[in-house]
Design a protein around this ligand. Structure first.
Ligand code: TXA
Ligand code: MG
Length: 378
């Protein structure tokens, strides 16, 4: 018997070719879905006003329907198409930070399909800073709903190749637009009459918003992963942005001891390190050849660190390490978004035994128990 027909692969389209851009536009107009570059991460785009296309996005990502999508516009004049009410503060925020990595949650127009907003009365909307993204949306002639172009709960893509690696057999195209310059997703802010609610830290920092609007009141935001509270933003699950490899957050000062303990228990175990500025000082006896280190920014620049975060996590995942020990970065500016993603990536550690050090058999180098690699689907 012959093999089943392989799933069709996504067209890889070149953002520098007007013909390729037109092709992406046509596919989207015809209800297709594809990887679209933005300055934050690559999105998986569909015409927001074609529910069947939007349904394909949910299916391709295996995303639960309770997790609403962000709608992308090419310019401010389009805002009334999706938002019913734009308060003076919302308009000022849009004028100050768009195009850019800020998503505003506003009262929605009834015409926005329920699938896009998960039935909420609000819609999340932004204008991306990537020229190609705005060009494609304008040419399609309709707002594009686009979550990050990764399987649900996994690491967001910051290159076209990342999208191909994870979704090529489930989507119609990937438009190559270079590596994402920001590297973490947009900041999500719910605009309410009493003030702003931070739903997700991201590419525009809280400090930048406060500096531009010193009079603004910050309402209680989302709980951090260690807290529990009712969900304001349904998609902000604790366990998210996860590599396949278990990830553990470790303070800089605890890293050397943690590494020694790991290698004492697992002499040939492969260990991943994700560090902020420099590798930790580890003694000469450590089996360095089993350590895979990624430095986020030697010069201590949070923008550089953000732009490298997801690619570094992917690379560590691909190095077949058994555990990734990650150091938090300073909790300010873009550091808040980076730490938020690292905490969510590590959240599994509290629920599953994956991070417990299983003793290694000296003879086989195998652990005595199965090492769970796969994250239970979120
Ligand atoms: O930078 C970004 O925001 C990227 C690029 C592609 O634009 N997109 C992105 O989308 O990160 P996604 O789907 O991975 O995250 C969007 C999150 C959802 O998980 C949900 O929590 C929140 O936006 N969201 C969407 N609509 C909402 C609403 N009406 N109210 C509250 N939160 C909402
Ligand atoms: Mg996402």
């Amino acid at each position: 018997m012959s093999d089943p027909t392989p799933a069709p692969r996504a067209l890889l389209l070149d953002g520098n070719s007007p013909a390729d851009v037109r092709r992406a536009v046509q596919i989207l107009q015809q209800g297709g879905i594809g990887g679209l570059p933005t300055e934050t991460v690559y999105g998986l785009a569909a015409d927001a006003f074609q529910p069947q296309a939007v349904a394909r996005v949910f299916e391709a990502k295996q995303r639960p329907a309770f997790d609403p999508l962000i709608v992308h516009l090419p310019d401010l004049a389009w805002l009334p198409r999706v938002a019913r009410q734009v308060s003076p503060l919302a308009r000022q925020l849009a004028e100050r930070f768009w195009p850019g990595p800020l998503t505003l949650v506003l009262p929605r127009q009834a015409t926005v399909p329920d699938l896009v907003t998960s039935g909420l009365e609000s819609v999340a909307v932004r204008i991306p800073a990537h020229r190609l993204a705005r060009e494609v949306i304008a040419q399609v002639g309709s707002p594009l709903a686009a979550p990050s172009a990764n399987p649900f709960g996994r690491i967001s893509p910051t290159t076209a190749q990342h999208v191909c690696d994870q979704l090529a057999d489930r989507i119609d195209f990937v438009l190559e637009g270079g590596p994402c310059t920001v590297g973490v997703e947009s900041t999500i802010v719910q605009v309410e009459p009493e003030g702003l609610r931070l739903l997700r830290p991201g590419g525009v920092t809280v400090e930048e918003i406060t500096a531009a609007f010193p009079q603004v009141t910050w309402l209680p935001g989302l709980p951090t992963p260690s807290q529990t509270a009712p969900q304001v933003s349904p998609g902000q699950l604790t366990q998210h942005y996860a590599p396949q490899t278990p990830l553990e957050l470790v303070a800089w000062s605890d890293l050397p001891a943690r590494i020694q303990a790991w290698h004492a228990a697992r002499p040939t175990g492969r260990l991943g390190l994700l560090c902020w500025k420099e590798p930790p000082p580890i003694g000469p006896t450590s089996p360095h050849r089993h350590i895979f280190t990624h430095i986020l920014s030697r010069e201590g620049d949070l923008r550089v660190a953000a732009s490298r975060l997801f690619a570094s996590l992917r690379a560590l995942d691909a190095s077949q390490t058994e555990v990734i020990l990650a150091e938090e970065v300073p909790d300010m500016g873009l550091g808040r978004a980076i730490n938020d993603r690292l905490r969510r990536a590590s959240a599994r550690g509290r629920d599953e035994p994956a991070l417990q050090v299983a003793p290694q058999s000296p003879a086989t180098g195998e652990t005595s128990s199965n090492h769970p690699k796969k994250l239970s689907e979120t």
